[in-house]
Write a protein that binds this ligand. Structure first.
Ligand SMILES: *Cc1c(COP(=O)(O)O)cnc(C)c1O
Length: 497
């Protein structure tokens, strides 16, 4: 299996190269040259494996330059109860008839990002070895809150790597900030940026593609790579849990083999839902992929009208990990929907960079609507949904997941579609305990973050994740706040260049 760039289809690299480079030199994203197909029998057989073996099976289709032993080394290290608080790794909770919550947050940082970021360091170091790269890998991350911490946990003290994370100063939850400021490890750095997530991401992308910076790193025997979902090594682990969940539901007799399901995903950078699209096109029986946004609803508008327009007000919401106006992974989807037309992609994403806006052709709009539905909700509806689910089903969900539940309820009302449905539950409610507590109790309390966790435990009867409980006593190590314009120099300075 080889990988092409979305901005130059003649680029052809193997998975080890795609993963170590992160992003293609032309600014495009790496995409596998074809989508491997699974039979229903193969999907069913996945149900009899443990999670690490399920992942190995899926990876063997995409990382064909890895040996079986290399793949198993990665999956066995990443997907074990050493790192995850449940044996099944991705837990399925039954919400109501025919609706299942795929809980992807039982990893070390309590968000679904762990599903990919626990394995990415193994992919990266294995890839680097395979292509005889004797450079130190420097990971630069822009985060809206969850990626940063998950990447830090994944990469801390991993030999041959160092990691630097930028987050928007006022764009993450207090708990997320605390998680990052207290990060342990000798090869880690964390810095706040005066700006929003898009500023962080644009800055990181600009540094990645800066020839001058690259040359300076080269001299020092270093190279950049990315842990953001633009890296294929982030995306491929996310395909696994959709296939895994389906196989599990078949095994449990909840669905028939071959029966279609809907998948609902609370969406920001379009990585998680794109993984669902890949799973579908590998042969997973999927009816609709439902894209749920908060009030930063650029994707809802795009899917409904074909116009992507980031020229709009940016809102900070109670679901901060979805406060994004530029969804990077959409580029991969459009590359596939245009039958790999790199010229069109360059045109549209060029326009996005210069005018902040592009419109896709009518046939792409039609294709989008065949595959996807989209909706959004605001903070009030998000909290109301958390409250209702708590009251009706004694189930406590986080703010991001609640957006998905609300959009799914709206979808059902509008369409009458009774297809069984998997909702991606992307964070532990404890990670956003202030908002969740407010929603559950209907009142604001003046408790500190840790008392809130205790209170939420009392109300939800869900165990408190150890990693969050432990934060209380950790010292803060990282307090730098910088301007956007300083980002490049900050990186060079930190690397000692
Ligand atoms: C990152 C994140 C999302 C958005 O996922 P994308 O892959 O960026 O679309 C949703 N919910 C939570 C909790 C997240 O951390």
């Amino acid at each position: 299996m080889f990988y092409n760039s979305t901005r130059n289809s003649t680029v052809k690299v193997n998975s080890a190269e795609a993963i170590t480079q992160g992003i293609s030199a032309d600014g495009g994203l790496f995409v596998p040259e074809s989508i491997p197909e699974l039979s229903l029998e193969e999907i069913k057989a996945v149900g009899d494996m443990n999670y690490a073996d399920r992942a190995s099976f899926v990876f063997s289709k995409y990382l064909t330059d890895f040996t079986d032993a290399e793949i198993h080394y990665c999956t066995d290290n990443a997907y074990s109860t050493k790192n995850f608080e449940t044996e099944s790794i991705a837990e399925i909770a039954h919400l109501f008839d025919g609706t299942y919550m795929l809980e992807l947050w039982h990893g070390p940082t309590c968000a679904f990002k762990d599903m990919a970021l626990q394995i990415l360091p193994y992919f990266l170091t294995t890839s680097a070895k395979k292509i005889n790269l004797d450079k130190k890998i420097v990971i630069l991350v822009a985060t809206s809150g969850d990626t940063g911490k998950a990447a830090l946990e994944g990469f801390k003290d991993v030999e041959g790597t160092s990691i630097m994370v930028f987050y928007p100063e006022d764009g993450v939850s207090p708990m997320q900030k605390r998680q990052m400021k207290t990060q342990e490890g000798s090869n880690v750095g964390v810095c706040a940026l005066k700006g929003n997530f898009d500023d962080c991401q644009n800055g990181v992308k600009a540094i990645f593609t800066d020839g001058d910076v690259k040359a300076k790193l080269d001299e020092k025997g270093m190279m950049f790579s990315s842990a953001n979902s633009i890296n294929w090594g982030r995306l491929v682990p996310q395909i696994v849990y959709y296939i895994s969940a389906y196989a599990e539901l078949v095994k449990d007799g909840e669905i028939e083999l071959g029966e279609k399901i809907n998948i609902v995903v609370p969406t920001g950078n379009f990585g998680n839902i794109l993984a669902g699209y890949y799973a579908k096109h590998m042969g997973l029986p999927v009816n609709k992929l439902i894209c749920a946004s908060n009030i930063n609803n650029v994707l809802t508008d795009f899917i409904n009208t074909g116009v992507y327009d980031r020229n709009r007000k940016f809102y900070a919401t109670v679901s901060p990990s979805m406060d994004i106006l530029i969804s990077s992974n959409l580029e991969r989807l459009l590359y596939l929907l245009t039958d790999r037309n790199d010229t069109l992609i360059k045109e549209w994403f060029g326009k996005l960079a210069t005018e902040g806006k592009y419109e896709v052709t009518d046939d792409i709009k039609t294709k989008l609507n065949e595959e996807f539905c989209a909706g959004f909700c605001d903070d009030i509806q998000t909290k109301k949904t958390i409250h209702e689910i708590y009251e009706k089903y004694s189930y406590t969900c986080d703010t991001h997941t609640a957006v998905a539940v609300k959009v799914y309820e709206d979808y059902k009302k509008a369409t009458g579609d009774t297809t069984k449905t998997v909702i991606a539950s992307t964070a532990s409610p404890y990670k956003f305990s202030a908002s969740v507590l407010e929603a559950v109790q209907d009142s604001v309390s003046d408790l500190d973050e840790y008392d809130m966790i205790d209170k939420l435990a009392e109300l939800s009867k869900m165990p408190v994740p150890t990693a969050l409980a432990d934060l209380r006593n950790k010292p803060e190590r990282f307090n730098d706040v910088i301007d956007k314009a300083e980002q490049k120099n900050y990186v060079l300075k930190t690397l000692g260049i």
